[in-house]
Design a protein around this ligand. Structure first.
Ligand code: HEC
Length: 258
């Protein structure tokens, strides 16, 4: 037989009508009600998914999440709070029946029951009806869940002053130290101290930064001459006059950084 003669084709001319395994199922018996999973349905899902992903990406870029300051283990006044979507679990722990000796209720039993019910929902209520009044168990469980989560979240959030809290815990931007290389003490700093204390007095290795230090001019001069703890003595061996200029450079840089 000549190629193409007397053959039936289905869309793709390389596939003959006899090769049924490659022909998508015919859904014309259910017009508008069903469609092929591959590729029709999957493509639509994927398209909708991408729109949401790109949308979230844009939102994230436009409104970065409001971060708090860096965790400070010495700050005993800071009360850590979970994010809003876990506040209801946190609030639960404030009730007497779910805290103290009964804390196992708050952390295990009640949340366990709630999530267990979610898991069992399809088995507890498996009638064929789709209207709410035909699914009383599922509807009651859903309402109970929604009401308790909303109430607990509200109760927890209502007595926190969120704006003050954000203001008190906002991140401190890194200070931008400007080095005045024109200062008459700069050359002495560069020559004698910079190798350890850094080009911007930021410190490095074993040497601490020199921004925000709490020493007087005399003390700094003394440290430059005699060292301190692990800093060796005689880092500065020039004249007292030059030392004064060097110390003044460190102090003015500190003042400017505040
Ligand atoms: C060899 C490296 C080195 C050099 C050079 C050096 N330092 Fe230091 N410096 C240190 C170290 C290490 C410490 C920390 C000492 C400690 O407390 O253990 C320190 C501490 C200090 C402190 C106290 C800082 C603090 O927070 O306690 C001052 C002030 C200081 N240095 C000034 C100077 C000056 C001024 C010069 C230049 C004349 C200089 N240092 C040169 C290594 C150095």
């Amino acid at each position: 037989m000549h190629k193409g003669k007397g053959m039936k084709f289905v869309g793709d001319s390389r596939v003959t009508a006899e090769r049924t395994s490659q022909i998508p199922k015919d859904y014309s018996e259910y017009p508008g009600r069903t469609e092929a999973f591959w590729p029709n349905f999957l493509l639509k899902e994927w398209l909708a998914g991408s729109v949401f992903l790109v949308g979230f990406l844009c939102l994230t870029l436009a409104h970065p999440s409001p971060l708090e300051g860096i965790a400070d283990p010495t700050n005993a006044a800071y009360i850590p709070l979970p994010d809003w979507y876990f506040l209801f679990l946190y609030e639960l722990l404030k009730y007497e029946f779910a805290s103290g000796p009964y804390v196992i209720m708050g952390i295990l039993v009640l949340p366990g029951l709630a999530f267990g019910a979610l898991l069992l929902a399809p088995f507890l209520d498996n009638g064929p009806g789709r209207r709410p009044h035909q699914r009383p168990i599922a509807v009651i469980m859903m309402l109970l869940g929604l009401i308790s989560v909303s109430w607990l979240t509200y109760a927890s959030a209502a007595h926190v002053d969120w704006e003050t809290r954000a203001e008190e815990n906002k991140p401190i931007p890194p200070s931008s130290v400007e080095i005045d290389t024109e200062h008459e003490g700069y050359a002495f700093y560069e020559e004698n101290c910079m190798s350890c204390h850094g080009g911007e007095l930021e410190g490095g290795g074993a040497a601490p930064g020199l921004i925000g230090i709490d020493y007087s001019a005399e003390e700094i001069a003394d440290i430059a001459r005699n060292g301190i703890n692990t800093m060796p003595a005689d880092q500065f061996t020039g004249s007292d006059e030059d030392l004064e200029k060097l110390v003044d450079f460190i102090i003015t840089t500190n003042e400017q950084a505040e």
